[in-house]
Design a protein around this ligand. Structure first.
Ligand SMILES: [Zn+2]
Length: 82
């Protein structure tokens, strides 16, 4: 028996025979978890789709930068007219 802490909700629960890479569901929040360490017993989120969400956020910031560049181009055209 080994005690594990859910990284999602911090609840402590026991695993009977944990091994590295084992996939378990948190009994409190049903979060899919993976055993990443045995001494001490450590759990991490088994679902890695969060990484893709971070990439999408970066792309949104890049689009905002493009809008700023367009505003600069308009300013340059006004100067040429003078
Ligand atoms: Zn949990």
């Amino acid at each position: 028996m080994a005690r594990a802490i859910c990284p999602e909700c911090d609840v402590v629960f026991e695993l009977i025979a944990p091994h590295l890479g084992q996939l378990v569901d948190c009994p409190a929040c049903d979060q899919p978890l993976e055993v990443i360490g045995l001494n001490p017993l450590e759990l991490d989120w088994a679902d890695t789709e969060d990484d893709f969400d971070f990439d999408l956020d970066e792309d949104e910031d890049f689009e905002l930068d493009d809008e700023d560049l367009d505003l600069d181009d308009d300013d340059l055209e006004d100067e040429i007219d003078y």
